[in-house]
Design a protein around this ligand. Structure first.
Ligand code: ADP
Length: 174
């Protein structure tokens, strides 16, 4: 399992993979953080295609082309806003990873990069988000053999450490 999932510290817009995942908002009409970076790197055609998608419910995912990005596809998913954990945030975050991976398989994606969904402006605690993300990805990969590589792309070092630790813990436990 280890070789199909890696954690790196980098900018997701620079990844040469079949698909990158965007931590979008419900409107899909662009925002700050990783969403803003992806739209800047992809160019205005991305926003034009997103306008035709009519938004995305929290926990769900939609796909567009990658335009000027090295990635062929962008999978947009709307993560939950952290509200003290009483609003189904854990399950909704897990759905983001699961539904993004399902959409990837439907589009014959072999390599995919995720950002740390919901842990920026949406304030989801990073340690908790990392556990959920790594758990969902590993469960998915165990049941699917079409995806060859999943890369968790963390922007800052603190985030990187939490995801790295979540992977190391699971390897030790297995
Ligand atoms: P959300 O609204 O889902 O919380 P944010 O974009 O605010 O999304 O933050 C999610 C994570 O994405 C944060 O860890 C943030 O540091 C990170 N991030 C921001 N820009 C990039 C980038 N270019 N590549 C990868 N991760 C990024």
């Amino acid at each position: 399992m280890k070789e199909r999932l890696s954690v790196i510290q980098d900018d997701i817009t620079r990844q040469h993979v079949d698909a990158i995942v965007n931590a979008a908002n419900n409107s899909l009409l662009g925002g700050g953080g990783v969403d803003g970076a992806i739209h800047r790197a992809a160019g205005p055609e991305l926003l034009a295609e997103c306008r035709g998608l009519h938004g995305c419910k929290t926990g769900e995912a939609k796909i567009t082309k990658g335009y000027r990005l090295p990635a062929k596809w962008v999978i947009h998913t709307a993560g939950p806003v952290w509200q003290r954990g009483n609003n189904n945030e854990d399950q909704l975050l897990a759905s983001c990873y699961r539904n993004s991976l399902k959409l990837a398989v439907l589009n014959e994606v072999k390599t995919i990069a995720f950002p740390s969904i919901s842990t920026g402006v949406y304030r989801f605690p990073v340690a908790r988000a990392a556990e959920i993300a790594i758990n969902e990805i590993q469960i998915f990969l165990a049941a699917d053999d079409s995806i060859e590589k999943v890369i968790m792309v963390c922007f800052d070092e603190t985030t990187f450490r939490y995801y790295r630790e979540a992977v190391d813990r699971r390897i030790l436990e297995s």
